[in-house]
Design a protein around this ligand. Structure first.
Ligand code: AGP
Length: 611
């Protein structure tokens, strides 16, 4: 997510704005900028792609004048590549107004066209720039009123900070859907996206609520509704440390990101499945081409590869299309059979994984004309630039090395893409498509339920954390879930853990089973449930310790497994979305019990940009 800072007071604003911005770097970003008013009431903006140190370098060569009011920003790109022009603050053409923004303006395209017709000249590809032009167009001398009239025209989520060259003593802020706090200082006041940014300057804060705006001067803060009604804001005193604040109170980023999953999928469904209508903006492959595809080739690494394996079951079931999945590192050295009728789907959270980039380049070289679609979380990343189309997951920065919210967002994207292919290829009855859409829309609610009832998972994790080896077994569409559960455990707890198709147990892994092993079995309600029960009985006969992931209401499983963790009942095809949640939590709890560095486990990098 983007980071916003604003300052109005009596001290020199620019060092304050830069130092506070650095405390938001953990949020992930690709460019940064600063805007302030010098006492000649000139609006000055400096911005730079890359890290804040690049902006500091720019300020060394182009120093800023003394100013007592300003805004700064770190950008996590949602619209438009990371580059200087797209960095914030954005201004109107007359350089009267400067704006920083966190969120997504859903109706920015219509507003942009309307403003262009009024003569506005756009510099960037961002949604944010429409806000600066809009406020300038509404400005008649009263900045608060201009902001008020502008934000009423915005649809979507936004937290904004605004300064105007005609008001060198004022900072205006507003929010709906994205967080924004106000920091109350002595003869100075702040706005910030998050508490850590200003914790070293003040602990007295106002958490601006959705639908509220604020007008700040150095010695006054007034809060209003968007309709201009004044409200008496609650002033809180922050008690926690900076470190805890960056994780919004969670002990680790991984736990925070596990809990962000309901919101991530809610946002995805809201933009991609509004009113049950599929909208895969960015796919950029025509229905005609999608209808002509003879094979899908999915390439990815690690967790993204597991998402690809689930994607195979989804696409084969819904689109009746042949799907091959391979790890990028294997694909690139294999004599693969692909041609222009193959659709390459590359999955990558970072979009910078060297093997996946190489695999895509290899595929494009081998099959001239083959289309490449990437499922990616980082806007403008290298993989995106190699692709014909991109389905952004918009899961926000994933800081924990162990991928969680990016994985479930990738799964969700495969369900949506599978539905798209089914629609185009008329391969699935409308009634089944509607049933799946309805079930998908219930996932965020099920997530909230699962995350609320995590005490059982904690109990199971603690009861089994002493085992020195884990086996994860699943069948059919939950075989990849077994692989993902094993990867989550091994990468943060360092316990040897192996995912396996349950049907393969008798072909080797059963030799491992004894009273010193824990075996996690994904035995949710499905057409292979009875087979899973047989596997569990085989494990029990060899004194293995069985942890079952089962469907709520299953009365039989408790007779077979030592521990049962339940997930809500849902269409079998969608069970991977739910079954993975307890496995993420279990891995997390075991790793914490072992005292490991959960967010930065040994030997691992968040993005493997080398072979
Ligand atoms: C997953 O928890 C790991 N961090 C790792 O396997 C990761 O999924 C893999 O490196 C792929 O990364 P990417 O999605 O950024 O390409």
């Amino acid at each position: 997510m983007c980071g916003i800072i604003g300052y109005v007071g009596t001290r020199d604003a620019s060092p304050i704005l830069i130092e506070s911005l650095k405390k938001l770097e953990y949020r992930g970003y690709d460019s940064s900028g600063i805007g302030l008013l010098d006492h000649g009431s000139r609006l000055i903006v400096r911005k730079s792609k890359g890290k804040i140190r690049n902006l500091e370098e720019l300020l060394r060569s182009h120093p800023l004048p003394f100013s007592t009011v300003g805004i700064s920003h770190t950008r996590w790109a949602t619209h438009g590549l990371p580059c200087d022009e797209n960095a914030h603050p954005h201004t109107d053409n007359k350089h009267q107004i400067a704006v920083v923004h966190n969120g997504i303006i859903e109706n920015y395209a219509q507003l942009r066209e309307k403003l262009k017709k009024q003569g506005c000249r756009f510099i960037s590809q961002t949604d944010t720039e429409v806000i600066s032009h809009l406020i300038a167009a509404c400005y008649k001398g009263d900045l608060k009123e201009a902001v008020q009239r502008s934000i009423k025209q915005l649809k979507g989520a936004f937290a904004i900070g605004v300064i105007s060259k005609d008001h060198p003593d004022m900072l205006v802020a507003a929010r709906v859907g994205s967080p924004l706090i106000i920091g109350l200082g002595d003869d100075e006041n702040y706005i910030a996206s998050d508490v850590p940014a200003i914790l070293d300057r003040t602990r007295r804060v106002i958490y601006l609520q959705d639908g509220q705006m604020a007008v700040l001067t150095k010695d006054k803060v007034e809060v209003f509704t968007f309709d201009g009604k004044k409200v008496a804001p609650k002033i809180d005193t922050v008690s926690f440390t900076i470190g805890l604040a960056q994780k919004e109170g969670y002990k680790h980023f991984m736990l925070k990101e596990i809990h962000e999953q309901p919101g991530v999928l809610e946002a995805m469904l809201k933009t991609r499945l509004a009113g049950g209508k599929l909208k895969l903006e960015g796919l950029d492959v025509s229905d005609k081409v999608l209808a002509s595809i003879k094979k899908v080739m999915i390439v990815a690494c690690g967790t993204a590869y597991h998402a690809g394996l689930v994607g195979k079951y989804i696409i084969e079931s819904l689109a009746r299309l042949s799907v091959e999945v391979d790890t990028s590192s294997e694909f690139r050295y294999r004599s693969t059979i692909i041609d222009q009728n193959t659709l390459i789907v590359a999955v990558s959270q970072s979009g910078e994984t060297a093997d996946t980039l190489a695999a895509v380049r290899e595929a494009k070289a081998k099959a001239k004309g083959a289309k490449v679609v990437s499922i990616c979380n980082v806007v403008g990343s290298s993989l995106v630039r190699e692709s014909n189309g991109v389905l952004y997951t918009h899961a926000g920065p994933e800081i924990g090395v162990a991928s969680t919210k990016a994985y479930t967002a990738q799964l969700m994207m495969f369900y949506l893409f599978g539905l798209k292919l089914a629609q185009v290829r008329r391969s699935t009855p409308r009634s089944r498509i509607n049933k799946i859409i309805k079930d998908l829309q219930s996932i965020p609610r099920h997530y909230k339920e699962l995350l609320k009832k995590n005490s059982n998972v904690l109990k199971v994790a603690e009861a089994n954390s002493h085992f020195g080896c884990f086996l994860y077994l699943g069948r059919n569409i939950n075989f990849p879930t077994a692989l993902e559960g094993a990867l989550k455990l091994k990468e943060i707890s360092y316990i040897p853990a192996e995912g396996y198709p349950a049907g393969e147990m008798k072909h080797g892994p059963i030799a491992l089973i004894d009273e010193y092993r824990a075996v996690v079995c994904i035995a949710v309600a499905s057409h292979v449930y009875e087979k899973m029960i047989s596997n569990i009985q085989e494990i029990r006969a060899r004194k293995g310790n069985v942890i079952a992931i089962a469907t709520q209401g299953d009365r039989e499983i408790a007779h077979h497994a030592h521990y049962v963790i339940e997930i809500p009942r849902i269409e079998e095809l969608l069970t991977p979305l739910l079954a993975v949640i307890p496995l993420q939590l279990m891995a997390y709890y075991i790793a914490v019990k072992r005292g490991n560095d959960v967010d930065q486990p040994r030997n691992l990098a968040k993005s493997v940009t080398v072979e």
